[in-house]
Design a protein around this ligand. Structure first.
Ligand code: ADP
Ligand code: MG
Length: 559
């Protein structure tokens, strides 16, 4: 193949422009991204080699090497992983395949400051090399292809890139960064080593650099020929908890999730019993941009005995916890397990249940910290409610974690706290759903409750109506919508009031008859109500019917 020039996909060009023109706040992350790609490539090789050991060729030990050359002003990151064919280099380094990334790019505003922030949150993978380099050359050969089918990809990071065939004996990939003039501080052993220790210590294969020694004659540090391992080189989750620092847990989370913000909480356990596995689960501090995408897969990576098996293992977490990030490493699953197989496996069911229990327990713990819990709830509270309809076994635990606005409280409240405030004789937890909280607060349905000083929970999340239909009671107390049927205030309504209401109804009989007749296509029934104090009339729905709010939603959805 002679040299060819290709254009970057429009989104890539946009991204590159941003990377190279925005003042990137943390240039160090280029190394984290490139080392993480090298490690991914080794994981992929190990996985493919399960069925084809020949792919290891004559180099079974997988590793990543980081080297620099002061004179040439380059940094080179080399792995002996899966490598890329020419076509793969064109596809993977010239386009953004992942829909998530494409969505992300479409969110870019053109405003450097806010975009830089967004990028910081997201991580730009391979293209982050252009933060420090004004030219990147990638030389690669895919495992299993002949030496003559190597490829050289090269780009200056503007509109296009070049691709040509090369001879390459070693399998795998070298990424050669030609540093920008103002980024030469990275041509330094200590600096690179520190960055690797900081961001990539948890990578499960050795990351090696050539040692340096002081040369007294030359009066400078010189690079020695030996390679030494600079990271701990064992999978973070396989280490005992006491050997992992908070900073290491946090860095691991950041690589795992492409999130620049630290997680709110994590939990790391070795689960023993009939199904044995290690789980390391994180609660992020903010929602991903595609949280509501129904195809969004779980954030769990599956390993079997430290061999990477798959990303986004949706069978390992129920959908309402799809935002949890983490790793599960199983000792029991076969290495060649497929997604289909996962769905059927009893071990997987046990792991999913164990993960669910663990996350709910973490949230229960987190709820003791008001501020952190508020952060969590703002991001994921609405998704959590889906669990009421999805996970019957854990419904009570989920209900305990929910928080609602209330007519009598300035802060949101838990159902348990509402119960503790209930009036003597009050038999139900009252709630009202509406399109917005403001609409709920102004609803005439609340008049009587206000007058009697009875607290009503106010709900305005889209899922509330649906989710609450699964929660008929909380710890023995029924939940009752104030917009449904006749409100029975039980003992809170005194006898005299009840009598007066009945007499009034009697006296209004002829009027009611007339109203029923003239509204017969529009209303099921017309009643005298004791629920209003100031307003003359209001609409309610019969018990068991869709509420007005749900009816409105269904109508919008064309049903
Ligand atoms: P991501 O790693 O999230 O997929 P990147 O931008 O970091 O995104 O990398 C894009 C793609 O380029 C990878 O998915 C992979 O297919 C390919 N790639 C990058 N670096 C390597 C490498 N060292 N070896 C093999 N393939 C690589
Ligand atoms: Mg990557």
């Amino acid at each position: 193949m002679s040299k060819q020039t290709h254009s970057f996909q429009a989104e890539v060009a946009q991204l590159l422009h941003l990377v190279t023109h925005s003042l990137y706040s943390n240039p160090d992350i280029f190394l984290r991204e490139l080392v993480s790609n090298a490690s991914d490539a080794c994981d992929k090789l190990r996985f493919e080699a399960l069925n084809n050991a020949a792919l290891y060729e004559d180099a079974p030990e997988l590793q990543v090497r980081v080297a620099f050359d002061k004179a040439a002003r380059t940094i080179t990151i080399t792995d002996n992983g899966i490598g890329m064919s020419a076509q793969e280099a064109i596809d993977h380094l010239g386009t953004i395949a992942k829909s998530g990334t494409r969505d992300f790019v479409s969110k870019l505003s053109g405003d450097q400051k806010s975009d830089a922030q967004l990028i910081g949150q997201f991580g730009v993978g391979f293209y982050s090399g252009f933060i420090v380099a004004d030219r990147i050359v990638v030389e690669s050969r895919r495992a299993g292809l002949p030496a003559a089918e190597g490829v050289r990809w090269s780009s200056g990071g503007s509109g296009d890139f070049e691709v040509e065939a090369i001879e390459r004996a070693e399998r795998g990939t070298s990424v050669i960064l030609h540093l920008r003039e103002d980024k030469t501080e990275y041509l330094n052993h200590w600096k690179l080593k520190t960055i690797i220790e900081r961001y990539s210590d948890h990578i499960s294969l050795p990351i090696r650099m050539q040692a340096e020694a002081w040369d007294a004659e030359k009066s400078e540090y010189v690079t020695k020929p030996e390679w030494e391992t600079v990271n701990s080189a064992n999978a973070l989750w396989s280490r005992p908890k006491k050997d992992v620092s908070d900073e290491q847990y946090t860095e691991f989370y950041k690589t795992l999730s492409h999130d620049s913000e630290a997680p709110l909480a994590w939990s790391h356990n070795r689960v023993e019993g009939s199904t044995e596995y290690t789980q390391l689960l994180y609660i992020p501090a903010h929602a991903p941009h595609d949280l509501w995408n129904r195809d969004r897969k779980a954030g769990i990576k599956l390993y079997v005995k430290r061999v990477f098996i798959m990303d986004e293992a949706e069978s390992l977490m129920p959908a309402y916890l799809r935002w949890v990030k983490g790793v599960v490493d199983s000792a029991d699953l076969p290495l060649n397990v497929s997604r289909e197989l996962l769905q059927e496996s009893r071990d997987v069911r046990a792991i999913r249940e164990g993960n669910t229990r663990r996350v709910l327990a973490m949230l229960d713990e987190l709820s003791k910290d008001g501020e952190k819990y508020a952060t969590f709830y703002a991001a994921f509270g609405a998704v959590l409610k889906e669990g009421l309809g999805e996970d019957f076994a854990n419904r009570d635990k989920i209900a305990k974690l929910l928080r609602f606005a209330s007519t009598t409280q300035t802060d949101t409240t838990a159902l348990a706290d509402y119960k503790a405030r209930m009036k003597d004789g009050q038999k139900a937890i009252y709630y009202l759903t509406a399109e917005t909280l403001a609409a709920a607060r102004n609803s005439p349905q609340l008049e009587l409750f206000r007058q009697k000083g009875i607290e009503v929970l106010l709900m305005a999340d889209r899922v509330d109506e649906w989710a609450l239909s699964f929660l008929t009671e909380f710890e023995g107390t029924p939940l009752q919508s104030v917009a449904k049927g006749a409100v029975d205030l039980g003992d809170l309504q005194d006898e005299a009031e009840r009598k007066a209401a009945e007499e009034a109804a009697e006296g209004f009989k002829p009027v009611l008859e007339k109203l029923r007749e003239s509204l017969k296509d529009k209303a099921k029934d017309v009643r005298v109500s004791s629920r209003l104090v100031d307003s003359p009339a209001c609409l309610v729905v019969a018990d068991g019917d869709y509420s007005l709010q749900l009816a409105r939603l269904l109508k919008q959805a064309g049903q």
